[in-house]
Design a binder for this molecule. Structure first.
Ligand code: UDP
Ligand code: MG
Length: 322
C-alpha cells in the first residue's frame, strides 16, 4: 500500500513568540513519521496565518524557504480559529491523503500523532484527539471549558467531550465535508455529522509554551453560542415548551382568580399583578432573543459570503534544501 501523505494544519494568530519553538517540534515529528515508514516524504506542515499583526507571516515565509516540509498560507484578515483551520483543510484536501489539525502553541501533545496515524492505517477515517486531563489549565479555564462541553451537549449539539480541534481527518472525509456550505462553522460538531469510521486517542494537555491564549471567556461563549445555534434547534423547542408551560400555568391562574372572585375573596394587591406582567415580559424578551439569534444566522447564511480568503501562499518550489 502506498504510504499516505500527511498535511499538518496549524492555525497561527499573533504567535511570533511560540512559533519559532514549536515549528521545530512539528518538523521533528514529521521526520520521525517519515523515517518510520508511516507517511510519505511529500508530507507537509502547513501554517495558516490568520491575519496576524505581528511577525508571524514573516516567520512562516522564512521557514518555507529553509525546509521543503514547511508551507504556509495567509488569510486576508483575522477570521478566527475555525475559519483558519477550515482554510487549511480545504487547501490541503486535494494534495494529501490525511490531515491533522493542531494548535501552534504546543499545548496538545504532538506524540499523539503517532497513534492517530496508526488508527488511520487501521481503517479509521477520523481520529479525535481527546484530552485525558486538564491539570495544567487554571481552575477557571478548566471549569469554563468543561461547562462549555456540558452546555453544548445539553443543548443538542453533540460534540466529543474534551475534544477540541486536534484531529486527524482523511481527504475522503474532507471531500464530503466540503459539501457542507454553511458560513457559521463549528468544526468539532460538524465532523461527527459527516460520519465514516471514527475513533479517539487520548493525550494530556500541556501549558502553552509561550505567548498568551486568544480564547478568553467572551470568545469561548461566542463559540458555544455558534456551536449550539449552528448545530441544533433545541433552544427553539425549549422556548415552545416553556411557552406551553407558562400558558398552562396562566390558565390555572385565571381559573383560580375566577373561583376567588365568585367566592367573593378577590385579591387586592397589584404587586402580584406587576410581578406576573414583568415575569412574562422578561420571558418573552429572552424568547425573542433566541429566535433573533437564529434569524441572524439565517441572514448570514443566505448571503453566501466566502468563509475564508487566502491572500498569500508560500511559493511551491521552495525546496532548495532540506
Ligand atoms: N487562533 C487563530 N485565530 C484566532 C485566534 C486563535 O488562528 O483568531 C489560533 C492560535 O494561533 C492557536 C489556536 O488558534 O494556534 C488556539 O488558540 P489559543 O491557544 O489562543 O486558544 P486556547 O488554547 O487558549 O483555547
Ligand atoms: Mg492554546
Amino acid at each position: 500500500m502506498k504510504k499516505p501523505t500527511l498535511y499538518i494544519i496549524i492555525p497561527c494568530y499573533n504567535e511570533e513568540k511560540v512559533l519559532p519553538i514549536t515549528c521545530e517540534m512539528f518538523l521533528d515529528k514529521i521526520t520521525e513519521l517519515i523515517q518510520n515508514d508511516k507517511i510519505d516524504d511529500s508530507s507537509k506542515i502547513m501554517f495558516v496565518n490568520d491575519g496576524s499583526k505581528d511577525k508571524t507571516w514573516e516567520i512562516i515565509s522564512d521557514l518555507a524557504k529553509k525546509n521543503k516540509h514547511y508551507i504556509g498560507i495567509s488569510q486576508s484578515r483575522n477570521r478566527g480559529h475555525q475559519n483558519a483551520v477550515l482554510a487549511g483543510l480545504m487547501e490541503a484536501k486535494d494534495e494529501c491523503d490525511i490531515t491533522i489539525s493542531i494548535d501552534c502553541d504546543g499545548q496538545d501533545d504532538i506524540n499523539a500523532m503517532n497513534l492517530m496515524v496508526d488508527e488511520y492505517l487501521n481503517g479509521s477515517e477520523i481520529v479525535y484527539g481527546v484530552r485525558s486531563k486538564r491539570d495544567t489549565d487554571t481552575f477557571f479555564k478548566r471549569f469554563t471549558a468543561e461547562g462549555f462541553y456540558w452546555l453544548m451537549n445539553k443543548m443538542g449539539a453533540e460534540v466529543v467531550f474534551n475534544h477540541a480541534d486536534y484531529r486527524l481527518v482523511s481527504s475522503r472525509v474532507l471531500n464530503e465535508f466540503s459539501n457542507y456550505k454553511e458560513v457559521n462553522i463549528f468544526l468539532r460538531g460538524m465532523f461527527p455529522l459527516v460520519g465514516f469510521k471514527s475513533t479517539s486517542v487520548y493525550y494530556e494537555r500541556h501549558e502553552r509554551i509561550a505567548g498568551e491564549s486568544h480564547y478568553p471567556l467572551n470568545k469561548m461563549l461566542a463559540l458555544a453560542f455558534d456551536g449550539i445555534t449552528s448545530l441544533s434547534i433545541k433552544p427553539i423547542r425549549m422556548i415552545t415548551c416553556l411557552g406551553s408551560c407558562i400558558a398552562i400555568l396562566s390558565f390555572c391562574g385565571v381559573v383560580w382568580s375566577i373561583v376567588m372572585a365568585l367566592l367573593g375573596k378577590t385579591v387586592a394587591g397589584w404587586a402580584s399583578m406587576v410581578c406576573i406582567v414583568a415575569f412574562i415580559g422578561g420571558i418573552q424578551l429572552v424568547c425573542l432573543g433566541v429566535l433573533g439569534e437564529y434569524i441572524g444566522k439565517i441572514y448570514l447564511e443566505v448571503k453566501h459570503r466566502p468563509r475564508y480568503i487566502i491572500s498569500e501562499r508560500t511559493s511551491k518550489d521552495n525546496s532548495i534544501n532540506d
